[in-house]
Design a protein. Sequence first.
Length: 237
Amino acid sequence: MKKTVLTLLALTALVACKNESKTETTETIESVERVEVNRTPEEAIAYKIAQANGVENWDEVTEIQFTFNVDRGDSHFARSWKWNPKSDDVTMMSEQDTVAYNRKSVDSLSMNADKGFINDAFWLLAPMHLVWDEGTTLTVQDTATAPMSEEKMSKITLTYDGDGGYTPGDAYDFFYDEDYRVQEWVYRRGNVSEFSMVTTWEGYKDYNGIEIASDHKAPEDAVHLYFTDIAVKTEED
């Protein structure tokens, strides 16, 4: 999203079927081992987090629909999306307008909609971007104090390069538990030390093999970001 989304090939299960030859099974295991060997320790952690959110099922997804909501005091904002990740066709629906476009050919008319899509879809699938996005740096801290709960967790930081995309140079601190599930995160604009936003990651639910946290609360409920009308369609639907 912030960069070109890379379609991830799902890793083949290491359990051989009865009609599978020994040679085919060996080749599969060797292929998986090569992928794992090529990962840095930081990339291995990133993949485990993405895996906990269903990244291995992503190739089966043909369409995602969702509504991004923001409550701030008495103010409510919402916009809905329909996205085909294979063709990159996107439709934005809000009270003011409906915009349909393809992300491979964003023009001046669709640019504002695309900026909104990148923001909203990033919130929806942020753990996947740990392995999807190019032009990034990953750093891991085995033990860190989560900013809201003050519980001890692990932390992985995703930093974007200083060029390209709509918001270059930004950094995100993901605080995850022993199951590699994100519980809180910090957004730092321009990779400064002070955070621009911190929220929880709650309301996890499985949508056709994709785990999505639908609820994000800031301290003292200053801001509440959440998703409704989530639907994930796959090739089998």
